[in-house]
Design a protein around this ligand. Structure first.
Ligand SMILES: *Cc1c(COP(=O)(O)O)cnc(C)c1O
Length: 421
């Protein structure tokens, strides 16, 4: 079935009440039939609900549906995009290991990988997403993850997914792709050789800026890559925190299984059933919205490109953009989502524009139905040094726009008055 049909139906079987909308199961725990049932659930001899930190029927629908859209085998919902990223990395790497990350990352992912994980003994090595060839020189036998974004936020580059996953596969390393901005509607990295995708559901999935959440998805057949792979001993050896379970010996998707049984169990960054329900509502209209977000962003990008005060526009849907070919290759119908950025002369000019717009809200979010303007250098990327800013493609005159669902005509008119104020 088509993605749009699955977005409405996948993963939900109506209950005895015939409930059309997926019910919100607000419950902490679930009653076992008897002691044997309880023991079987804990031993994975039977699958079922135990406690909402581990699983929940509403969240289960969200996970199944999202995994289907992404073309994956299984998914694990988390309390935020950041926890999904942390779990994806922590599920592969431990103290003494290293990960290879694109320099062009979301601000939170940069601080997580460069600073926080360092304190966990995991070293991040950075590469330029425009230059996948540079990855190989960074690999050694302690490399556990190659992490990048399909459509980077806020520098708006499109990764050559196949070039990167080919290198990862050659060395038996897990590739993890943050697919938040592109969404499964436009791009499905798992179909291009990636092993795991991560998302902030807080953005286009909810679609109206309603809730924080995240999800990670594992590809079909990842078990084969993990089985016997010396880089991932913890998937192949008994887990003593789970009575000697060997993850690759269980006929279940191993990456999400371990993330659930070990990380979600012990760290607990679980999605609230209510938030999972909101994400289910958002998914119903995701593909319709993404088409509109993309069309609006392209119209605004074309206007900005023609304006004398604008030095540079970053939008892969523009023929002049260095990422145009990758966007045509990896994105459905070449549509490029709602995120664009543009550069004006300096910090002062950028701040003046940000303050002069009326229709764009000054907010550090993306993927809302309402348009948003952000000045990364003074907000999301404030913690970075000037050198780090340039390295991750965020000069101080850069303005990021998340195009909402207002009319393109009104969005362009407001931007024009702000530029000329
Ligand atoms: C927002 C965002 C995140 C973090 O997600 P949260 O839900 O805010 O924790 C990660 N990656 C990208 C690309 C994002 O835009």
């Amino acid at each position: 079935m088509d993605l749009q049909t699955r977005a409405l139906h996948e993963g939900y079987t109506k209950d005895s009440q015939g409930t059309m909308a997926v019910p919100i199961y607000m419950t902490t725990a679930y009653e076992f039939r008897d002691a044997e049932h309880a023991a079987n659930l804990f031993a994975l001899k039977e699958l079922g609900n135990i406690y909402t930190r581990l699983n929940n029927p509403t969240t289960d629908v969200f996970e199944k549906r999202f995994a289907s859209l992404e073309g994956g085998e299984a998914a694990l919902a988390t309390s935020s995009g950041m926890s999904a990223i942390f779990y994806a990395i922590a599920n592969a790497a431990e103290c003494g290991d290293n990960i290879i990350c694109a320099r062009q990352l979301y601000g939170g992912s940069l601080t997580l990988t460069a600073h926080t994980l360092k304190r966990f003994g995991i070293e991040a090595r950075f590469f330029d997403v425009q230059n996948p060839k540079s990855i190989e020189a960074l690999i050694d036998d302690k490399t556990k993850v190659i992490f990048f974004e399909s459509l980077t936020n806020p520098s708006i580059d499109v990764a050559d997914i196949e070039a990167i996953t080919t290198i990862a596969n050659k060395h038996g390393i897990l590739s993890v792709v943050d697919n938040t901005v592109a969404t499964p509607v436009l791009c499905r990295p798992l179909e291009h050789g990636a092993d795991v995708t991560v998302h902030s559901a807080s953005k286009y999935t909810t679609g109206q800026g309603l809730a924080i959440g995240g999800i990670l998805v594992e590809r079909k057949g990842l078990l084969e890559k993990l089985r016997g792979n010396v880089r991932y001993a913890h998937f192949n050896e008994p887990d003593h925190s789970y009575h000697g379970l060997v993850y690759v010996d269980v006929p279940l998707p191993p990456f999400t299984l371990r993330a659930r049984l070990s990380l979600l169990r012990d760290l607990g960054a679980v999605s609230s059933p209510f938030n999972s329900w909101l994400f289910i509502q958002g998914m119903e209209t995701l593909s319709l919205r993404i088409k509109e977000h993309s069309a609006n962003a392209l119209a605004l990008a074309e206007f900005l490109e023609s304006h004398p005060k604008v030095i540079k526009v970053n939008y892969p849907g523009l023929k002049s953009n260095a990422n145009y070919a990758n966007a045509q290759k990896y994105f459905e119908n070449g549509a490029c989502s709602g995120l664009l950025s543009f550069e004006v002369q300096n910090l002062e000019a950028a701040i003046k524009i940000v303050d002069a717009t009326k229709l764009y809200s000054l907010v550090v979010n993306i993927g809302d139905s309402k348009s948003i303007i952000t000045h990364p250098a003074s907000t999301t990327h404030q913690q970075l040094t000037e050198t780090e800013l340039i390295a991750c493609g965020v000069p101080s005159g850069l303005i990021r726009i998340s195009c909402g669902l207002e009319s393109a005509k009104d969005l362009i008119a407001d931007m024009k008055q702000a530029l000329e104020a």
